[in-house]
Write a protein that binds this ligand. Sequence first.
Ligand SMILES: [Ca+2]
Length: 104
Amino acid sequence: MQKKFQKDSRYSEYDEDGDGIVTDAELAHVKEIKETETNLRKNLAQLRMARWTLIFMGVYAVFLASPFCSPEKLSGLAAVTDLIFLSGAGIVGGYMTVTCWPKK
Ligand SMILES: [Ca+2]
């Protein structure tokens, strides 16, 4: 007897041609699609992280150069500023390295 999915099963999406039978080829194709979707989400998250880090570093640099930041504040923020720019550059540099790395 052939197995069937229950009505509105979440696995029915695996039957790509809609003939009611999930073949091994369809399962393999779905697995490939899911892996691609996961990689795309991961790449998008990394891109957003690098982008917002760059934006934050730019805004922070503008703040430091603005009249809102007095020399006393500037010297007080010196240690934190070093950490922010070093870690931000690390994040962006890591992203650039990973995205430019040749794929196997
Ligand atoms: Ca099918």
